[in-house]
Structure formats: structure tokens, C-alpha cells
Design a protein around this ligand. Structure first.
Ligand SMILES: CC(C)(COP(=O)(O)OP(=O)(O)OC[C@H]1O[C@@H](n2cnc3c(N)ncnc32)[C@H](O)[C@@H]1OP(=O)(O)O)[C@@H](O)C(=O)NCCC(=O)NCCS
Length: 298
């Protein structure tokens, strides 16, 4: 029988004879990824994304195990970055043979969100609309691009940018819609053109760290290959830093492949400093610089 989670509120975990729910740990990565792939197919979160979300959102990433300690579900929940008292369940994935664990996961996630003052809890999208056909595109001169907040109508363009930038290991399309439920102004897009010529050619995901309260993360920034070298990345970074300052963050952090010279240079030009260098990030044999910018105190 599934017990009430109320008694476990203080520990952000719950256990019954059948299931236990507790925060993600790095040793769960393979099992969570295998479950994500089995249940969500082409919209499955890649391994790197699972590890990144767990790092940034901390105890809001919860894993359910059966009595044999096998991972049978997970959920990712976090307070909305700007809408006060709103909590968002970004993802809720459960093995169909253990459907009852869903209630348990939602219970612990709700407890976590209430602990952060969330009274309204919303569930992010679980499906994305069909992708539309690609359209013709041409680059514009530097200065002809504007940065604004993402809207769901930008999904196809954002995903095209993603495929152009990270074709071998992209974030799934649905993930962008889900994240838009959480980020508010932190989800930025760069657009060129006006009217029917408008086209999104770059995006940036600015996420609030739930473990280090003074920190914002540039979780991802990308510009479509046709539009690079025209200061679009620069404009996105500038706007993200302004946003983080506005919401009271004291520093911005990101990780970057040390061989990604264009990106490293862009960050250095914006005064980011390398804090350390991983040679096996998330146990995935990835080399990554961790770079940080201290924001002026408002
Ligand atoms: C990294 C990436 C986002 C940069 O975007 P971009 O729009 O091409 O970059 P920008 O044009 O803004 O910046 C490029 C250069 O101009 C400089 N620059 C741009 N605007 C500037 C300005 N106003 N003043 C001074 N320097 C500027 C940058 O520092 C950089 O230096 P460089 O000319 O010496 O190379 C883009 O190359 C990309 O999408 N790459 C693939 C995905 C990726 O690697 N993402 C980063 C993962 S961590």
C-alpha cells in the first residue's frame, strides 16, 4: 500500500513497502536515462541533460525505486523563476508496470514545491505539436537581430537552431516547451527580420540554480550556423546577464568544451573566468571548463 508522504515532508523523500522516493544521485544516471528512453522514446532526455538538470535543480529531481532498488520513475520539479508561488512539474516519467508510483512521486514533488512557497502547481507539456517544414533563410548584418523572450510559436525555429548547433546530441524538442513553463524571461531567443520574414536564429536558456541561491546558469546558448559571427551570441549573453542581475543573482556560471574556441572566446570577452576544469564531467568522459562571471551587486 502507498502511504501518505506527509510524515516525510522534512526529508524530501518517502518510502513504502513497495517504493521509495528520494533525490537523484549521480549513480542513478544510467538507470534514469534507460527509463527515459524506454518510456519517452524520441523525446527522451539525453544523459547530459539529465545530469545537468540534476546539478542545477538539485533536490527537485526525484527518483522512485521499487523494493529491489530498481529505478521505476522520476520527476523533475522546480519553482517558477518569476511567477511567485507557482511550482512546475517539468517531467514525470514512470515505468508502466509501476503506475502507482506516480502518485508517490507527485506527492514528494508537491511537498518539495510547497517547501519553496508554491501554492499553485502546474504540469508542463507532455507532447509537442508536429514540426513544420523548414523555410528559406538568409543571414542579416550584425545589429539586425533582436533578443526577446521565447514563445511556444518559436519552438520549430529553436529546435532547428539546436540541431544546427548540437546535431549529434540535441535536447529534445519537447524539452524546450517544458522549460518555457519554468523560465520566464530566462528563456531568450534572437530573431531577425520583421512580419512574415521573422525568424528565430538563436536561443539561450538562463536557469536559476536551486542549490546555490545566488547563481544563474547559462544552461545552453546556440546560434544557427548561418547566423554565427554576427554578435547574436553576444547579444543573448548580454541580455541573460541583465536578467540574472534583475532577479538578484550574483554570478552566472556555465560549462563549455575547452576545444570550443569560439564559445570560450565569447565568454572571455564577456569577462567570464575559468573556475575549474573537469576531465570526466558526469562520469561521461567529457572535458568541460566551468566558467563564471561575477555580476555587479545592484
Ligand atoms: C558559441 C556561439 C553561441 C557564439 O555565437 P555567435 O553569434 O557566433 O558569436 P558572436 O558573433 O556573438 O561572437 C563571436 C565573436 O565576436 C566577439 N564579439 C561579438 N560581439 C561583440 C561586441 N559587441 N564587442 C566585442 N566583441 C564581440 C565575440 O567575443 C567573439 O570573438 P571573436 O570575434 O574573436 O571570435 C555559436 O558559435 C554557436 O552556436 N556554436 C555552436 C553551439 C555552441 O557551441 N554553444 C556554446 C556551448 S557552451
Amino acid at each position: 500500500m502507498i502511504a501518505s508522504t506527509q510524515a516525510k515532508q522534512a526529508t524530501n523523500s518517502a518510502a513504502t513497502d513497495e517504493y521509495s522516493v528520494s533525490p537523484y544521485s549521480s549513480t542513478d544516471l544510467d538507470a534514469v536515462h534507460a527509463l527515459a528512453t524506454a518510456v519517452t522514446g524520441s523525446e527522451s532526455y539525453p544523459k547530459f541533460l539529465i545530469a545537468q538538470l540534476a546539478d542545477i535543480l538539485g533536490p527537485g529531481f526525484l527518483v522512485a525505486r521499487d523494493a529491489d532498488a530498481r529505478v521505476v520513475g522520476y520527476t523533475v520539479a522546480t519553482p517558477h523563476a518569476q511567477i511567485e508561488a507557482r511550482g512546475v512539474v517539468l517531467a514525470l516519467v514512470v515505468d508502466k508496470n509501476h503506475a502507482r508510483v506516480e502518485r508517490e512521486l507527485v506527492g514528494v514533488a508537491t511537498t518539495y514545491l510547497r517547501g519553496h512557497g508554491c501554492e499553485e502547481i502546474v504540469f508542463a507539456a507532455t507532447t509537442a505539436p508536429e514540426a513544420s517544414d523548414d523555410r528559406d533563410d538568409t543571414p542579416a548584418p550584425a545589429g539586425a537581430y533582436r533578443v526577446r523572450q521565447f514563445t511556444p510559436a518559436d519552438l520549430d525555429d529553436v529546435h532547428r537552431v539546436e540541431l544546427s548547433a548540437f546535431g549529434s546530441d540535441p535536447y529534445p524538442r519537447l524539452f524546450f516547451l517544458q522549460l518555457a513553463e519554468v523560465l520566464g524571461t530566462g528563456f531568450l531567443v534572437a530573431e531577425r527580420g520583421t512580419g512574415s520574414e521573422r525568424r528565430v536564429v538563436g536561443y539561450l536558456l538562463g536557469v536559476l540554480d536551486m542549490v546555490a541561491p545566488g547563481r544563474g546558469w547559462v544552461m545552453s546558448v546556440a546560434v544557427h550556423a548561418l547566423h554565427r559571427g554576427r554578435h547574436v551570441g553576444w547579444q543573448l549573453m548580454e541580455e541573460a546577464e541583465r536578467y540574472f542581475r534583475e532577479v538578484g543573482r550574483k554570478e552566472v556560471q556555465l560549462t563549455v568544451d575547452p576545444d570550443n574556441e569560439v564559445a570560450v572566446e565569447l565568454y572571455q570577452h564577456r569577462y567570464y573566468e575559468t573556475v575549474y576544469c573537469h576531465d570526466d564531467l558526469h562520469g561521461m568522459k567529457l572535458s568541460r571548463l566551468v566558467m563564471r562571471l561575477r555580476l555587479p551587486v545592484r
